[in-house]
Write a protein that binds this ligand. Structure first.
Ligand code: SDX
Length: 375
């Protein structure tokens, strides 16, 4: 019997120089830069350039890339019609389908640069798709993208109809930097597997969105907010968590396949959330989250089992403070992670081999076939 690696736990499928998750230390690097530095000092445009080209851009490269992204923000009537026709579908189903519809005239083989270009166009269009969908479902007039605003500010503007404050723009930008890339997680693995058959960038990214939807992965961002709403206040944390653990149910926003300490992205989300609270006086949920964090890890001792908060415990409060509806939180994750998917797909194609694992067949062999009329 061959050794089975359920969930591919601990299995390395290739080398990569895009990012590394230091699970024991609770650290994360994109192309050698620490996530703390990138989250505090870089724009999402800079990080996308870093992920796609391998190095931070100089000012001239950054200006050109920022303009290139901004010039592709508009979506076609085809994509608008797809969104309009999915009025009753969930946001992630709409986003997945709308992204797929941006593949125009894509027959045939593409060069590396053409594939990268397709990826850049998808990255540019996801915010417009998401904002258009949300405006239409709320009965509001869609707002056209502007090329004079940053990626983060333009998303906020298309969503809310007004430009963000500096603090709000920094919060959207930080969230996108933090969620941009995270190694060979389930959605990136899906995108890379699709790319390994030499399917195109649109198929790979669409597959990544499908994988990210699940509550064990990107969908957890929404279940955390449901948990916090359910708990209500800090003095109800113990009862809620105890009941969940007694029922052998997982606590949303905790646990990770790689991190065996606190996910470094949590502190950055907590930082920008506090900045939003300081500016807006928005209801400070940070105390409730930190009470959950402390109780689960320390009082219930899950920290000893290597179970700590992951980024989803904190990200939802930032989105809530930005006036974003909870059912859009996984779409926010998608809007950021498209950059990581594109980077890994391009890296896969640099030295491609189709991904084709095995399963050990444990059924019978050589059964006699009986025609249906005799069964
Ligand atoms: C993301 O992979 C990535 O990098 C993902 C991500 C990214 O940026 O791409 O970081 C984003 O997806 C973060 C994770 C979001 N998901 C959640 O918050 C959902 C809750 N977490 C779990 O479902 C779970 O922790 C996973 C899915 C994240 C990890 O699953 P694993 O590695 O398969 O772990 P497991 O389910 O086998 O659990 C191992 C043990 C079990 O206990 P035992 O049966 O061995 O006694 O840890 C326990 C689990 O019961 N456990 C939890 C728990 N997570 C794991 N117990 C309580 N609450 C939890 N959240």
């Amino acid at each position: 019997m061959p050794e089975i690696h359920k969930g591919l736990e601990g299995v390395y499928i290739d080398e990569s120089n895009i990012s590394r998750v230091f699970g024991d230390e609770g650290k994360l690097t994109y192309r050698g830069y620490w996530i703390d530095d990138l989250a505090q000092h870089s724009t999402y445009e800079e990080v996308v350039y870093l992920l796609l080209y391998g190095e931070l851009p100089d000012q001239e490269e950054l200006d050109a890339f920022t303009n290139q992204l901004a010039s592709h923000r508009e979506i076609s009537d085809t994509t608008r019609n797809v969104i309009d026709g999915m009025a009753d579908a969930g946001p992630m189903d709409v986003l997945r389908t709308a992204v797929s519809s941006t593949a125009e005239a894509t027959e045939g083989e593409f060069s590396v640069e053409e594939n990268r270009q397709h990826g850049i166009e998808i990255i540019a269009k996801v915010p417009t798709i998401l904002a258009y969908f949300n405006r239409v479902r709320n009965g509001e007039e869609p707002i056209k993208p502007r090329e004079d605003l940053s990626h983060a500010a333009n998303f906020y503007y298309m969503l809310h109809g007004e430009e963000p404050t500096e603090v709000q723009e920094h919060a959207v930008n930080t969230a996108m930097v933090l969620y941009a890339e995270h190694g060979m997680n389930a959605s990136t693995f899906t995108a890379v597997t699709i790319a390994s058959t030499q399917a195109n960038m649109y198929s790979a990214v669409t597959g990544g969105i499908g994988a990210l939807q699940g509550p064990l992965h990107g969908g957890a961002t929404e279940t955390v907010v449901d948990m916090l709403d359910d708990i209500g206040s800090a003095d109800s944390v113990a009862d809620w968590v105890d009941a969940r653990i007694d029922a052998h149910e997982k606590i949303p926003g905790f646990g990770h396949r790689v991190y065996r300490s606190v996910d470094p992205r949590c502190a950055q989300f907590a930082r920008v959330y506090q900045e939003l609270v300081d500016e807006d006086g928005e209801s400070a949920r940070l105390e409730l989250i930190e009470t959950v964090h402390e109780y689960v890890v320390e009082e219930k001792g899950l920290g000893e089992k290597g179970i700590y908060p992951n980024t989803d415990l904190y990200s939802g409060t930032v989105y809530s403070a930005l006036g974003i509806d909870p059912d859009l939180y996984t779409c926010m994750f998608t809007m950021a992670r498209v950059a990581g998917w594109v980077a890994h797909v391009l890296e896969q194609w640099e030295d491609n081999r189709i991904l084709r694992p095995r399963v050990e067949y444990t059924g019978e062999v050589g059964k006699e076939f009986v025609p249906v009329e005799e069964r």
